[in-house]
Structure formats: structure tokens, C-alpha cells
Design a protein around this ligand. Structure first.
Ligand code: MN
Ligand code: MN
Length: 321
């Protein structure tokens, strides 16, 4: 299987060429792909810092640093296991959240309908709702694995509005896009607006692991809890970069002090067991607030590559049928 490999950085320098993810080929109509990178450049759902519309571009720019072999998963080359291309960005209507979410769902559905696993780059966290709805139309309600400092299960945000970066997983549960009783949230921490900001997820049916619980348990036990929770059901993984401590990931909408380091974060992702991933995303990268060296965008790209590796090993474990 060839034809969908990143440009070889030993042959063509990293600063040359088109800025697709890892300089993968651009997806063409009729390509028979296993997975596709797609940018979801909407920040119309951001209650605080806007700028995540520039997240996909920032992540792609730093993804040139990544190399194809994964030493944490038996040295697989994910691009020899899966046919992956960059499908570009979905279109949005800036400032009009509901219209943007409709456009995102249409773009994602066109991938999912071809049997392609979408690996999305946000965008603020509101973009996960159309992504979950798109995969649920094909696979039924998914099990959500949600890395975030915040639960994002609020009833509404500002004037009773239903859609925002703070509400996608309550909406997804209500719209039968996900099954909270086989879903898990990891990383909740920090001060709250109301006493039930975290327990509201438990009330919906989610299992919740706080940052403290996760760091106390360590990556192996956390990964075991996640695997036990989702079983062999179709899984959607969403990764909000504010899961990570702001010292390691400053370029986000809503930074939350006291989080895992990038090393602890990657150790957890590398400990995850093969699962039946039908979609995933890395969201809330905001280059307008990133540190010198674009460290948040680099971490976002690294997380996306780890998720691609996890998709590959999940397929080989037979989880994806
Ligand atoms: Mn979030
Ligand atoms: Mn968050």
C-alpha cells in the first residue's frame, strides 16, 4: 500500500512544500482512504478567547516536525498501515455558530459516508458536536473519551443559548450522538461557576476522572479504566488542549492551572489500549495566545499523530471489523 505517505523530510526539507498535515497528500475525490485530516476552523462558539479558527493552520505548520515511525507502538509506520490524506478545511460562516455547525456536519458526513475516519483539527470545542453527530448517523451513538479540564456539559451558555464550546456533550447526549453510560471524561479540574459543574456530567451518566485522580492513578490504570468503560463499542475521542497545563499549552481559549505536563499527557495517550475509533479531534488550539516556539500547536500535532497510531492499532486488533 503506497501513495499516501508524508513527504520524506530526509529528502525534502521540512520548510518546503504545501502545508498539509505532515505534508501528506491532499485528499482527492474518489480516494479510498481509511482516515482523513480535516480542519474545522470555527471559533464562533468560544465564550472567551477567539482565534481557534487559526488552529488547523497552526497545527499543520508545526506538524512538519513529526516523523512517521511510532516507537511507543511497536515502531509502526501509521502511513504504511492506513491510507491517510489531508482533506483541507470545512467551510464555516464566521460569527454564525449554528450555520457553521451545519456546514461542518455536512463536510464531516461526506467523509464518514465514504467509510473514512475523520481526524479533525479545531476550532473551539463546539465543533465536536457536528463531528459526533456525523459519525453517529453511521455507527449509532458513540462512546465518548473526552480529555479536557472542563466538562462542557452545561445546559446553556449566555441567554439560554444551546450551542457553545461549553455545551457540546450535553447536546450530543440529548441528540443521541453519544451514550453517556459508556463514555468517560478525563482531566476535570479548577474552580467552578456552580457546585454541580462536574457532577452534572455524572448526573447525565458519564464517568468522570479529575486531573488529580488521573495523575494519582498514573497512565496505565487510567488507560485501563478508559478501556473498561468503552469496551468494543464505536468510540469518539475528543482532546481539548486545555487538558494540559498552561505552562505546556498556553495557546488555548480557557487555560486552567494545575494540569498534566505535555510529557504526562503523551504518556497517557501512548498507554491507551486499541479501541474501535470512528472519529476523533484535537480542539482549542489558539495560535494567537501560543508561546514562543508554537508549543501548543506542536503538542496538538503530536496528539493528532498519536491518535492516528491508535486508530491503526485498533484496526489491527480487529476492533474496527
Ligand atoms: Mn472543552
Ligand atoms: Mn476545556
Amino acid at each position: 500500500m503506497t501513495g499516501f505517505l508524508p513527504v520524506d523530510a530526509l529528502d525534502t526539507p521540512r520548510f518546503c512544500g504545501l502545508p498539509t498535515f505532515m505534508r501528506l497528500p491532499q485528499a482527492q475525490a474518489g480516494d479510498s482512504l481509511d482516515a482523513a485530516i480535516i480542519g474545522l476552523p470555527s471559533d464562533s462558539g468560544a465564550p472567551y478567547r477567539t482565534g481557534a479558527r487559526f488552529g488547523p493552520g497552526a497545527i499543520r505548520a508545526m506538524s512538519v516536525m513529526l516523523r512517521p515511525i511510532n516507537p511507543y507502538r511497536d515502531h509502526i509506520n501509521v502511513f504504511e498501515r492506513l491510507r491517510i490524506a489531508d482533506a483541507g478545511d470545512a467551510s464555516v460562516v464566521p460569527g454564525y455558530l449554528e450555520e457553521s455547525l451545519e456546514r461542518l456536519e455536512a463536510s464531516l458526513s461526506s467523509l464518514v459516508d465514504q467509510g473514512i475516519v475523520p481526524v479533525s483539527l479545531g476550532g473551539d470545542h463546539s465543533v465536536s458536536l457536528p463531528a459526533i453527530c456525523a459519525v453517529a448517523k453511521r455507527h449509532g451513538p458513540v462512546s465518548l473519551v473526552h480529555f479536557d479540564a472542563h466538562s462542557d456539559t452545561w445546559r446553556s451558555y449566555f441567554a439560554g443559548k444551546q450551542y457553545s464550546a461549553g455545551t457540546p456533550f450535553r447536546r450530543a447526549a440529548e441528540e443521541k450522538g453519544l451514550d453517556p453510560f459508556s463514555s468517560i471524561q478525563i482531566g476535570m479540574r479548577g474552580s467552578l461557576f456552580r457546585a454541580d459543574d462536574v457532577s452534572q456530567s455524572v448526573d447525565l451518566g458519564f464517568e468522570v476522572l479529575t486531573t488529580d485522580e488521573t495523575l494519582d492513578m498514573g497512565p496505565t490504570e487510567t488507560a485501563r479504566r478508559i478501556a473498561e468503560r468503552v469496551g468494543d463499542r464505536p468510540v469518539y475521542i475528543t482532546f481539548d488542549l486545555d487538558f494540559v497545563d498552561p505552562s505546556n499549552a498556553p495557546g488555548v481559549q480557557t487555560p486552567e492551572a494545575g494540569g498534566p505536563t505535555s510529557r504526562e499527557t503523551l504518556a497517557l495517550l501512548r498507554a491507551l489500549k486499541p479501541m474501535n475509533i470512528v472519529g476523533c479531534d484535537v480542539v482549542e488550539a489558539n495560535p494567537l495566545y501560543d508561546g514562543p516556539g508554537q508549543i501548543t500547536a506542536l503538542l496538538g500535532a503530536t496528539v493528532a499523530l498519536e491518535l492516528l497510531g491508535l486508530i491503526a492499532v485498533g484496526r489491527e486488533a480487529g476492533a474496527n471489523g
